[in-house]
Design a protein around this ligand. Structure first.
Ligand code: Z2T
Length: 839
């Protein structure tokens, strides 16, 4: 009450402050006003895209009211905050999600109806924000939704790529082609440029050690020269579900510090001056399209430093506004590192504390190791980031010094605990020997963090027993934990499957806001599995979702799909470890079996439609060959009059979040069939199950925990277990058995492909040879049990009543997989932050 009003007449301000629109008249007014002024258009020429823009601007106004209030209350209360640093945020579309989270979908539908537009048509006009590759980026997006919904003071920090994940085109031969994703072309109403929030970020130059009065070097240095680039903030509002809390996702854009280089300009070198501007802008121009395959070069490292430096500067500035001593930094700030991509934040905070704040080394290290938390997302060796020392020395000379210092002190402490163990020192060093030497980013992230976690139980065990085994022995096991991934039930049920959402609410006799924010409530559906009338409604919704998907495919690709068949779906990034190849070889096996059947035998077969979707990293040759094989198998099978009513196959191009929202609710069975121990968690498995799809999978990642929840009788498991994998690979290498002997069924399928049954006989040889020789992902070991599992799925589908019961039971037991549960685990066990109710 005693607060001094900032400026002018308080009443004049407060009487004119906008509130959130709640009723149809207010929404109608706001929509029309945006058409008239913000868009400068008139009713007679307003198309659906214009209507989308007006609706988006109007919803944005509402979000801004809450977003400003949230920021204000956080600033006043100064609670400890958490920051989620992720190079990827795979947000998808925003409008529908915002309308649902604000509980304004109905009034917006009514207002736009009255003005001559259908809300669903409006929603379809929005482009996906696809600033991510797959699971890791979508996880970050789910965590933002859950943080806001749980009223937690969490901000995301990322990059504002001009081009998100590439658009996938499929050539007539079945090759993947990549086109740029110009997602910003129609303007983006969901971002607020903050030209006032900008930081300078340095690259290259020289780092001089500061010397003490005796001329000895100290822990401090001065970093000067090189190139300075400007980081400019763009803010994206993140509304919580059924709360005022609206958090922030801050994305950085790179800009040249000056529009042109004056010296070059004066020297008549106009082109050179413009070029230096271009190289600064290039930093945030494109998302690197690698998921858990290799990683990028110099520009990628530049992206990583640009983003971590700007984010830390911003976090530090916010901390300093509280006016507390720097030693208390970890009491106000927790930073979650989403994989090793932001690991440079560790030496960067050291640099700030040593060189700018002038803290002694130990005090700085104490702060750093209480601030950061590291999440690992893969144990595949080829995906573990390592940066060449010469590149680091050139681009970030001061950080390379600091990394050497961290390594020195660290290895000294290892030597103290394990005297004389040279092998161990070599294994644990942050620097891997070789030509060139490389910095092991996972090790740096591990020793610089308070805690390290994996993303599902099995994966977290593998982190402790494989890649970070020595670190567990050295630091103790309590530093290493697990937070099983989750998904937001708002987008992945309420938004993508509105009919199922409505059935759940009416059955539980509660408003959806209750179970959407306490997903364990779904367990109350269990008794209804025994209720025939309920089962019928449940099954009818699945059927309508299948028809919705078929309609989508019909209108976008002109293909007609049999909606009475079982829908079998595998949608994820293309990767050898995910074994789309196992699936397509299984489809061929099914096709050959059908071809050999008599007419009478065929009549007993249950029709199946197989869907694939997913992108391959542009340089991943084998993954691209798999796409080509799928497309060409589809071409042959879908045209075969003998079998096409019983088996058909579709590769849907350009997989995206919004395509997933149509595919997932339509699936009867989905496939999650990675070689045991390779898929860290998987999150689409959770999405399918939440929508009442059954799961066919290996004993891997979060599949295991899904089975624990729903019971093994409700999932279809097959394949070797993780402990067998190492032995099997050893056998493949040292005692290879010809595939004809080991797995005749698979050998036959491979031979048919080689013989040209699907055209291009020689084209597929490199792909087939990965199985014939080495077979690193164990297709020949798992093929027979995979085929047996598919047969069990067929068998189970024949008893439709029992199938629907399984479907209901699966969905009912998905409570654990809400990202609300996951984010609360991070908040309580890692970050030590508390919910802030925004009044
Ligand atoms: C990614 O999406 C994942 C792991 C990565 O390792 C990189 C990317 Cl881009 C560096 C995935 C995992 O493969 C998947 O199992 C997991 O569910 C997901 O991250 C989220 O944790």
């Amino acid at each position: 009450g005693k607060e001094k009003w900032p400026r002018g007449d308080e009443k004049a301000w407060k009487d004119n402050m906008r509130d959130v629109d709640k009723d149809v008249p207010a929404i109608t007014k706001s929509f029309v006003s945006h058409v008239q002024t913000s868009l400068a258009r008139q009713p007679y020429n307003l198309d659906t895209l214009g209507a989308y823009q007006a609706a988006a601007l109007s919803v944005r106004d509402n979000l801004l009211v809450n977003w400003n209030e949230t920021a204000l209350q956080y600033t006043r209360r100064a609670p400890k905050r958490a920051y989620y640093l992720s190079l990827e945020f795979l947000m998808g579309r925003t409008l529908d999600n915002a309308l649902l989270n604000l509980d304004l979908k109905q009034p917006y539908a009514q207002a736009t109806q009255k003005l001559g537009f259908n809300i669903e048509d409006i929603l379809e006009k929005e482009r996906d924000a696809a600033l991510g590759n797959g699971g890791l980026g979508r996880l970050a997006a789910c965590y933002l939704d859950s943080s806001a919904s749980q009223e937690l003071p969490v901000w995301g920090y990322g990059l504002r790529y001009k081009y998100g994940i590439f658009q996938q085109l499929i050539s007539p031969e079945g090759n993947q082609l990549e086109a740029p994703d110009p997602w910003l072309d129609n303007q983006n109403p969901w971002e607020l440029p903050r030209l006032d929030v900008a930081y300078e970020v340095r690259f290259y130059g020289n780092a001089e050690r500061v010397r003490d009065e005796n001329g000895n070097t100290t822990d401090r240095a001065q970093w000067t020269g090189g190139q300075e680039v400007l980081a400019v903030a763009y803010d994206v509002m993140i509304p919580g579900s059924y709360t005022r809390t609206t958090n922030n996702l801050r994305l950085w854009e790179s800009k040249p510090k000056r529009g042109f280089d004056l010296n070059s300009f004066n020297a008549g070198n106009y082109e050179g001056a413009v070029e230096s501007s271009n190289s600064a802008a290039a930093i945030t121009s494109v998302l690197y399209p690698n998921d858990s395959t290799g990683f990028g070069k110099e520009l990628r490292l530049k992206q990583q430093y640009f983003w971590t430096a700007a984010s830390l500067a911003d976090i530090l500035r916010r901390f300093k506004n509280i006016g507390k001593p720097i030693q208390e930094f970890p009491d106000y700030v927790a930073v979650q590192l989403n994989d090793t991509h932001p690991t440079l934040a560790i030496p960067e905070l050291m640099r700030i504390l040593l060189d700018d704040e002038e803290l002694p080394w130990d005090a700085a290290w104490q702060i750093v190791t209480n601030t950061f938390f590291y999440t690992n997302h893969t144990v595949l060796p080829e995906a573990l980031e390592k940066w060449p020392v010469p590149l680091m020395e050139h681009l970030l000379p001061r950080h390379m010094q600091i990394i050497y210092d961290i390594n020195l002190f660290f290895l000294q402490s290892v030597e103290k605990k394990f005297p004389g163990d040279r092998d161990r020192l070599g294994r644990m060093s942050l620097i891997e020997e070789g030509f060139p030497k490389q910095v092991r980013m996972a090790f740096l992230a591990c020793i610089g963090s308070r805690k390290v976690n994996g993303v599902a139980e099995l994966h977290s065990e593998l982190v402790k027993t494989t890649i970070l085994k020595d670190f567990v022995e050295f630091e103790g096991v309590s530093k290493f934990g697990n937070v099983t991934n989750g998904i937001t039930p708002r987008r992945w049920l309420d938004q993508c499957n509105p009919e199922l959402s409505a059935l759940i609410s009416s059955t539980l006799k509660v408003d959806k806001s209750v179970w959407l924010k306490d997903l364990y409530q779904l367990e109350k559906l269990l008794p209804y599995a025994e209720d025939a009338a309920f089962r019928e409604k449940w099954a009818a919704i699945k059927q309508r979702n299948k028809e919705r998907l078929a309609h989508h495919v019909e209108t976008t690709l002109g293909l007609t799909i049999n909606t009475h068949a079982m829908f079998d779906v595998q949608i994820k990034r293309l990767h050898e470890y995910k074994r789309q190849t196992l699936n397509i070889l299984g489809v061929i096996h099914r096709y050959l079996t059908l071809k050999n059947m008599s007419k009478e035998e065929r009549e007993k077969v249950n029709p199946r439609v197989v869907f694939f979707a997913g992108k391959a990293a542009p340089a991943y040759y084998i993954a691209k060959l798999t796409i080509r094989l799928i497309v060409n198998v589809a071409r042959i099978i879908n045209a075969d009059a003998d079998t096409k009513d019983l088996l058909s196959l579709y590769f849907l191009p350009d997989y995206s979040v919004s395509l997933a929202e149509v595919l997932i609710p339509a699936s009867d069975i989905s496939q999650h069939i990675s070689t045991a121990g390779t898929e860290a968690s998987g999150t689409s498995n959770m999405k399918f199950c939440l929508n009442g799809g059954l799961l066919l999978g290996t004993v891997d990642g979060a599949n295991i925990e899904i089975a624990e929840e729903v019971g093994e009788s409700n999932v279809f498991f097959f394949g070797h277990l993780t402990p067998a994998v190492e032995d099997l690979r050893y056998q493949h290498t040292y005692h290879p058995v010809p595939i004809e002997e080991k797995c005749p069924a698979l050998a036959h399928v491979l031979n048919q492909v080689s013989a040209g049954l699907f055209g291009d006989a020689e084209v597929y040889e490199p792909l087939l040879n990965t199985i014939r020789q080495g077979d690193h992902y164990l297709l020949s070991d798992d093929f027979d049990s995979y085929i047996a599992a598919l047969a069990m799925v067929d068998e189970a589908y024949l008893d439709r009543t029992e199938w629907v019961k399984k479907s209901i039971r699966t969905s009912a037991k998905m409570g654990k997989f809400s990202s609300d549960r996951a984010i609360n685990e991070y908040a309580e066990s890692y970050w030590n932050i508390e919910a802030q109710h925004i009044s």
